[in-house]
Write a protein that binds this ligand. Structure first.
Ligand SMILES: [Fe+2]
Ligand SMILES: [Fe+2]
Length: 185
């Protein structure tokens, strides 16, 4: 009983950091997260052509092709962020993005080529990716402001807007796909 109470007290203990320690720890955290999303974006540049190839409708193929162009720009923007941070460009494996891309590959395996069902599945997989990116860029844009890097926040905010636009476009394509297929039947 006494041990449990002591353990609980220890868990509650907050390590007090000086303002400087906190600022430098936040900057390290921010840099690590940039390395993470950098890996994720680079990984996507390999996945998107496969998704474009697997898609059925021209609209979805075009959406994937356009988002590949944007994603290459997202990679470049992150390289700019590394430069602004005075850090060398470095990727840190993002397990979440690896998993999300694998889900997309499973959809391709599990659905028939040339079907609307495959497109709906691909859109679900792609929207999960966009939501991950929106979460990452949303947090990082905020954190950049917190650490006093408004210049970096502006760059990350541009990418954030493009991820949100892509998500909305995918929703619209999903609605069209489902409606078109319902009419065709
Ligand atoms: Fe992106
Ligand atoms: Fe994206």
């Amino acid at each position: 009983m006494a041990t449990t109470t002591k353990k609980k007290q220890q868990e509650k203990e907050v390590v007090l950091q000086t303002r400087e320690e906190f600022q430098s720890a936040l900057l390290n955290l921010f840099t690590d997260e940039i390395k993470d999303i950098y890996w994720a974006e680079k990984h996507l540049t390999q996945a998107l052509p496969k998704m474009e190839n697997a898609a059925t409708s021209d609209g979805l193929k075009e959406a994937f092709a356009n988002h590949l162009k944007q994603t290459l720009l997202h990679v470049e923007r992150l390289e700019q962020v590394f430069e602004l941070l005075g850090e060398k460009v470095q990727a840190r494996k993002c397990d979440a993005m690896e998993g999300l891309v694998q889900e997309g590959e499973s959809i391709i395996e599990d659905t028939a080529k040339g079907t609307a069902t495959r497109d709906v599945g691909l859109i679900i997989a792609a929207q999960k990716v966009e939501h991950y990116e929106i979460a990452a860029y949303g947090s990082l844009t905020q954190l950049a402001k917190t650490i006093g890097r408004e210049d970096i926040a502006v760059i990350l905010g541009k990418t954030l807007s493009e991820e949100k636009e892509t998500d909305a476009l995918l929703t619209a394509i999903a609605e069209d796909t489902v409606n078109y297929n319902a009419t065709a039947e």
